[in-house]
Design a protein around this ligand. Sequence first.
Ligand SMILES: *[C@@H]1O[C@H](CO)[C@@H](O)[C@H](O)[C@H]1NC(C)=O
Ligand SMILES: *[C@@H]1O[C@H](CO)[C@@H](O)[C@H](O)[C@H]1NC(C)=O
Ligand SMILES: *[C@@H]1O[C@H](CO)[C@@H](O)[C@H](O)[C@H]1NC(C)=O
Ligand SMILES: *[C@@H]1O[C@H](CO)[C@@H](O)[C@H](O)[C@H]1NC(C)=O
Ligand SMILES: *[C@@H]1O[C@H](CO)[C@@H](O)[C@H](O)[C@H]1NC(C)=O
Ligand SMILES: *[C@@H]1O[C@H](CO)[C@@H](O)[C@H](O)[C@H]1NC(C)=O
Length: 442
Amino acid sequence: MRRPSTLVGVLLLVLTLISCGPWRVWSWSSSLCKQKNLEVRPHSVSITEFGAVGDGVTLNTKAFQNAIFYLNSFADKGGAKLFVPAGRWLTGSFDLISHLTLWLDKDAVILGSTNPSDWPVVDPLPSYGHGRELPGGRHKSLIYGQDLTDVVITGNNGTIDGILISNLTFLDSPFWNIHPVYCSQVTVKKVKILAPLDSPNTDGIDPDSSDNVCIEDCYISTGDDLIAIKSGWDEYGIEFGRPSTNIVINRLTGKTAVSAGIAIGSEMSGGVSEVHVQDIRFFDSYDAIRIKTSPGRGGYVRNVFVSNMTLENVNTAIRFTGLYGEHPDDKYDPNALPIIEKITIKDVIGQNIKRAGLLEGIQGDNFVNICLSNIILNVSSSYPWNCSYIQGYSDSVSPEACKPLKERIFPEHCSDCYYLSNQLQSSKNQTRAGQISGCIRS
Ligand SMILES: *[C@@H]1O[C@H](CO)[C@@H](O)[C@H](O)[C@H]1NC(C)=O
Ligand SMILES: *[C@@H]1O[C@H](CO)[C@@H](O)[C@H](O)[C@H]1NC(C)=O
Ligand SMILES: *[C@@H]1O[C@H](CO)[C@@H](O)[C@H](O)[C@H]1NC(C)=O
Ligand SMILES: *[C@@H]1O[C@H](CO)[C@@H](O)[C@H](O)[C@H]1NC(C)=O
Ligand SMILES: *[C@@H]1O[C@H](CO)[C@@H](O)[C@H](O)[C@H]1NC(C)=O
Ligand SMILES: *[C@@H]1O[C@H](CO)[C@@H](O)[C@H](O)[C@H]1NC(C)=O
């Protein structure tokens, strides 16, 4: 069933968080994705106490704003919960506050207004310069937060929409669905994100200049990248200089007809590192793993580890694009070359794959220490790997990898591959983490 991909006639749901601090419901000390008990808020109010009407027609922006303004007085008293009961609660953008739980009860739907004037235009993000979806600015997200700490958005299988973000469905956002930017310690868990397969720019989850991000047990089907890890755009991102690091993605399933399951970039000018992806399944998709960058971006992508990926009916399993283009303006420095290194992909099985890899580095700026291991793909193309300006190592890869991925095996090459530390793989058998077959870690 095809639905309109424009702003008209669809639910619009999108969330951006800026400069958000730790959300204390999770423990980050030993394992990023380890859950602690949810804190109980000592105060709770229902949105109906502020005059909201859940008929899908009444605009409730003021009710949300007033309720949250009221709850702000409990921020230093353990925080408070805003309860949203069953109903269809139409609203424009509203702001969150720290120490807040936004709770959507069963059959509660936060419905984004289809009137663009209910989504105010605010300044562009500093790491993007001129703005991404709107030159000179950006639409505020439906649910928006800046400089926050200890925020939970959850509920009893409600729909948005939502930060700790869990047990929720996001439907038909007009832009990137969940966008934590300049955040630390973010968890997105058990979230379902759906948008038409032909809707532009509807990325699922975009950790952007953020660290310690855990994304687990999600199902995403959209018209763009399911997850895209970013860190700012060309000269603005380089100057802002805030990387995305320690990003863990576990148990992701999904499809995207024209984009990638997991992308890094193309905006990566603040750097992206320590990306750990495990137990992934993509089907009916274009690319599975993709790194996108360009001269002018600067920055780096390093220490990426992907393991246990199952693919069905995918055009290109692994794709690097070194000449992605797309610049904010003509002030970017063409000599600002990105560093792409230490990318390990292992334990991949795929059926009905068109191309195994289209790996294009940048002339004079090879992508190095690309390590592929135990990858078995049923590929239809007679030219399964197409590689340029890359270097690395491959082992047990079928169809056999391209020549630049056959560096002779010396210990120094092995140690140049990137492996997870045992600590980060605490839930897995540790022998899996520390070695790549034929190449024991020193
Ligand atoms: C949760 O909500 C979705 C969509 O509203 C529904 O399809 C699903 O059955 C619900 N799950 C439970 C456990 O109630
Ligand atoms: C999510 O839903 C499951 C089952 O419906 C429940 O056990 C769990 O406590 C919920 N999580 C949160 C954070 O509310
Ligand atoms: C690989 O991932 C799948 C989910 O896609 C999971 O069911 C399976 O247990 C994982 N295998 C291992 C060895 O962890
Ligand atoms: C590869 O796919 C083709 C077409 O679906 C199928 O006939 C063949 O058996 C598959 N090969 C393997 C090794 O799975
Ligand atoms: C390999 O990729 C390049 C682009 O990098 C393309 O121009 C070329 O046609 C491809 N070769 C084959 C045989 O597909
Ligand atoms: C880990 O793997 C080793 C060797 O393959 C095996 O002997 C051991 O029982 C495994 N441990 C667990 C907890 O699965």
